[in-house]
Design a protein around this ligand. Sequence first.
Ligand SMILES: *Cc1c(COP(=O)(O)O)cnc(C)c1O
Length: 374
Amino acid sequence: MDIKMVDLQGQYLRIKNEIGTAIEEVLMSTAFIQGPQVKEFAKNLSDYHRGAHIIPCANGTDALQVAMMALGLKPGDEIILPVHTYVATAEVIALLGLIPVFVEVDENTFNIDASQIKDKITSGTKAIVPVHLYGQCADMTPLLRLAKEYNLFVIEDLAQALGAKYTFSTGETKMAGTIGHVGCTSFFPSKNLGAYGDGGAILTTDKILAEKIQMICNHGQRIKYHHDSIGVNSRLDTLQAAILNVKLKYLDDYTLRRNKVADFYDSQLSKISFLKIPHRASYSTHVFHQYTLKTVGIDRDHFKKYLEDKGIPTMIYYPVPLHLQKAYRQTGTGEGSFPVTEKLSKTVISLPIHTEMTNDELSYICDSIKSYHG
Ligand SMILES: *Cc1c(COP(=O)(O)O)cnc(C)c1O
């Protein structure tokens, strides 16, 4: 058995012909930059998001940066974000001269603990960046309430949660990325909707903001060689757009397949005393970018090694919390200041999950886990 964390090759082989045709079309047209497939993809992704404006860009990190630039955030502004996230979220904040302000996460959902946001709000706070980690939306209702009360922008990082749906207490649902002012996502190959290279997109339901974002992505110009604002060069390649146009059609099927894997794991692992299966929040669907367990009372790294020896790859997201990273140390936030996140960094483990997993692989993984004895 050749178990992989993600199986991009297997996924490709199922759509090989369609992809080949789409790529060939771009190659023959030679419209490698801003070809018609880019607009087509923006339209398709917009339809998928119930008509939200979509601005494709070069990658998810750029999406975050451009969104923050478009909102007019200025050096010194404080931006609240969860401390348990991928580095890109904090990186762009720091790069723009903004001040990242970390907030602890909820130990069950792994997402920002909304009840701890208020304490971090000052007169300098301008935005909150909820990250929908591992594929499940953060608890947006209390977060939106705070944002409204303190007049803060909400910038969703949905790089791991494209396609997730949030349900409000009224029963109304919204797609991840269209809940706050702006959403930022990534098409990194291993993401739920992965390109064959880098890619990203910015989502917003605000037409004026969408125009600003579009302009910033293209050197701050609306008309060629007329630069109204300082921008960046961040475009989605036509080739990647053509590939994504094919793959977007399968996104819901991919999500279903990931959920089937997660359901299988849940059913097999829920009674194992040294593991806690992922918590499923009532307010969000889960697109299972990762299937992340918490280990309880065992040496996580020993367990990881045991699985590795059995040919089962696993990953740790993330082994070192942001506040303990050399680049992001903040005054007064040493070891012990974010106990939940610090504990997660020592206890979480993510199992293989992708669209091509077989029942044999899943059974083998679960049987191997069941026969682990510390
Ligand atoms: C992948 C990811 C990003 C960055 O996306 P890139 O396309 O790799 O730049 C940002 N935030 C989160 C949470 C991610 O998982």
